[in-house]
Design a protein around this ligand. Structure first.
Ligand SMILES: Cc1cc2nc3c(=O)[nH]c(=O)nc-3n(C[C@H](O)[C@H](O)[C@H](O)COP(=O)(O)O)c2cc1C
Length: 197
């Protein structure tokens, strides 16, 4: 698959098999993330690659607890609203039970923290697609990136004091009939282009 083929066929996967992902494949995905460009070549992204079931369960519990305490309001971003409502019902699994969650942290006082993270995440999702793995950007840990309980737990896992989470990526084999990612491209309705000739 060349780069454009991977871009055009990458779709978000939201249902995963519990199968572990081979270490060699994860290493390629991390290489793709680590080799993303960064502002001023800063290279301050920090990738926490979580595969331990107990840790994933604990994160699910902490995310659910944090959202369950929040209230929805009119005009709230619909995904956050959905996270809150599902958490209040007690059945919210923010990472879709993917066997691997790559949490991307960066320095909290660095102006390009989010931009660098986005470059790394897209690189990782494109490489995952090339390896026949499903992936999905998971934003919940960013929305909750100042939640004291989550910050404390992520620090136990290795996040540094001056870092915060800016994204995470779910990775795994998709729960599809053939085990391959769904690859049907979505119609482009927006993202307009103005050519100045
Ligand atoms: C910044 C950003 C945040 C996102 N957050 C989430 C998320 O928290 N959960 C989720 O299921 N998908 C999330 N997505 C995936 C988008 O919903 C998805 O890319 C979009 O609907 C287009 O579908 P596609 O990825 O299949 O092409 C996010 C994507 C981006 C770029």
């Amino acid at each position: 698959m060349n780069v454009l083929e991977s871009i055009l066929s990458r779709r978000s996967t939201r249902s995963y098999q519990s199968l572990p992902v081979e270490q060699e494949k994860l290493e390629k995905i991390l290489e793709a993330g680590r080799c993303a460009p960064s502002g001023g070549n800063n290279q301050t992204a920090h990738f926490l690659v979580i595969q331990k079931e107990d840790v994933l369960k604990k994160l699910v519990e902490l995310v659910q607890n944090a959202f369950a305490k929040m209230e929805v309001y009119d005009g709230m971003y619909k995904s956050i609203r959905n996270s809150i409502l599902q958490s209040k019902k007690g059945n919210y699994v923010f990472h879709y039970n993917a066997p691997v969650l790559i949490v991307v942290a960066n320095q909290k006082d660095y102006g390009n923290n989010m931009a660098d993270t986005a470059c790394a995440v897209e690189n990782m999702m494109l490489e995952a697609n090339d390896l026949d793995l499903g992936s999905c950007w998971i934003n919940q840990l960013r929305w909750l990136n100042e939640d004291p309980t989550l910050v404390a737990y992520l620090k136990e896992l290795g996040m540094q004091t001056d870092e915060r989470v800016y994204a995470s990526v779910a990775i795994g084999y998709p729960e599809t009939v053939d085990g391959l990612p769904l690859r049907k491209a979505l119609e482009r309705k927006g993202n307009k282009v103005t050519w100045i000739l």
